[in-house]
Write a protein that binds this ligand. Sequence first.
Ligand SMILES: C[S@@+](CC[C@H](N)C(=O)[O-])C[C@H]1O[C@@H](n2cnc3c(N)ncnc32)[C@H](O)[C@@H]1O
Length: 256
Amino acid sequence: MQKHRRSVGQNLTEEFSYDENLASVYEKLTSMVGKVAEADETAVFLERFSSGRSAFELGIGNGRVAVPLSERGVRVEGIDNSDSMLKLLAKRTDRIKAWKVDIADFTSEQRYDLVYCVHSTFTLLCRREQQIACLRSAAKALDDLGVLAIELRVPALDGFVSGQKTTTTLVDCDNTIVNVEIHDSLNQNLLSSLLWFSGASVRRFPQRIRYVYHQELDTMAEFVGLELAERWGDWRGGAFTDVSKRHISVYRRATS
Ligand SMILES: C[S@@+](CC[C@H](N)C(=O)[O-])C[C@H]1O[C@@H](n2cnc3c(N)ncnc32)[C@H](O)[C@@H]1O
């Protein structure tokens, strides 16, 4: 039986956890931004690295990616710190083992071909030390030839005026969704509130992230003994360029 250590100490991410409120609309929200539609191609991409055997997801959520990956014959396990999200996963499948553990601080007795963290979940760790701790734990969970794959949004700091920005995510007959952000530049944090107006109701989903550029990610990875093996601009293997809105970075154990 695999054991995962729970984290101790203050965790800013718990302040903005994926509670029942967010979990209840997660599928709809991810579907609106195209993340449900791309789950299969994400699984195809990741399968290449799991050698058809074992994979471990950090922030596994409702199994958006873990479920199609396990349907491709990979033994997928994962961790998440939200009871509500883990319940969604358990409703979908009993084939995937998942534990309630913080991705900023975990140990795994098992080793995996692939450890992965998608949908910019890594940036939900809003302190630099937490991000490094996560990478260190992930590196230890890799088989000798294992890889760590991370999908991250490229920070979008354009459009901020006096440290504030509001963007419209969706407007249709029934819904208006706007995202209100504040930039905390000293901590590389973006504090946001997604406001969802629908009929007479307004729902609010707050979040804090620590944005990271790809070069900082490489440096943090090198710090824990990993090196960049591949970087792509999308799950289909498109190039990462200066107009890419995200990247998928794949790290292996450093050879030197
Ligand atoms: C953006 S969602 C991604 C979920 C899923 N991986 C996907 O791609 O749809 C982020 C997930 O990470 C979890 N999470 C956030 N911070 C975490 C932490 N510090 N430790 C463990 N899980 C965390 C949330 O509960 C949520 O399920």
